[in-house]
Design a protein around this ligand. Structure first.
Ligand SMILES: CC(C)(COP(=O)(O)OP(=O)(O)OC[C@H]1O[C@@H](n2cnc3c(N)ncnc32)[C@H](O)[C@@H]1OP(=O)(O)O)[C@@H](O)C(=O)NCCC(=O)NCCS
Length: 183
């Protein structure tokens, strides 16, 4: 597996289409409105894209069967990032692809000075299995539930929002200076 980082606003159309192809295969997670929002977000967001082992995708050319997962994010300030969207091809869940995307993004963010990574997802107040698995994924990867907001502005009624946070520094602890260091 390879992970490519596509800079915000510079992702080639083929790559965006390949990411949307994965999301469209997950109708239990993404509604038509969600897909439309995702499409516009992916055009501006920084996106990490995983491609399958042994397949060669170039900077501008990729086909939908080559892309196996993606994670897109925005920087909300110098020290805070937020995951906007994330998905892995349904037939390849639970093989570590999502965790690898998360690790790569967190490492890069932490090197760039980001200390906290946020993600908003459907709260456990709603009994809905697909998002129980999603929360399980984030919790397993070290995200902590900070707050539940219901209703969340801009989200459809009946979709309470769980806000999770993760210390991006935890993946890159060696760049921390010991206290008292006067460099
Ligand atoms: C959430 C998601 C990106 C995780 O990617 P992934 O490659 O499957 O995750 P990993 O293999 O790295 O991590 C596996 C962990 O995630 C959770 N998980 C992922 N898919 C799961 C499934 N189908 N059933 C149960 N748990 C699942 C579990 O905690 C699992 O740990 P375990 O296998 O030790 O029990 C992926 O499952 C996905 O695309 N889900 C649908 C879209 C979505 O929820 N996106 C995030 C909201 S924007």
């Amino acid at each position: 597996m390879r992970i490519e980082r596509l800079a915000g606003g510079q992702a080639p159309v083929e790559w965006l289409e390949a990411c949307l192809f994965i999301a469209r295969a997950l109708p239990q997670h993404f509604t038509p409105q969600g897909l439309a929002d995702m499409e516009s977000d992916l055009r501006r967001a920084e996106t990490y894209v995983a491609t399958g082992a042994g397949e060669t995708a170039t900077a501008t050319r990729v086909s939908s069967d080559q892309v196996i997962g993606f994670l897109s994010l925005v920087r909300k300030g110098p020290a805070v990032g937020e995951i906007l969207w994330m998905a892995v091809r349904p037939d390849l869940h639970r093989q570590g692809i999502g965790s690898s995307l998360l690790r790569q993004a967190s490492t890069d963010l932490s090197v760039g000075g980001v200390r906290i990574l946020l993600v908003k997802t459907l709260s456990a107040k709603v009994d809905y299995k697909p998002y129980e698995r999603t929360r399980g994924f984030y919790e397993k990867n070290g995200f902590l539930l900070i707050e539940t907001i219901d209703p969340y502005p801009g989200w459809e009624a009946g979709n309470p929002c769980a806000i999770y946070a993760y210390s991006a520094e935890s993946v890159h602890p060696f760049r921390r200076k010991p206290s008292g260091c006067s460099e």
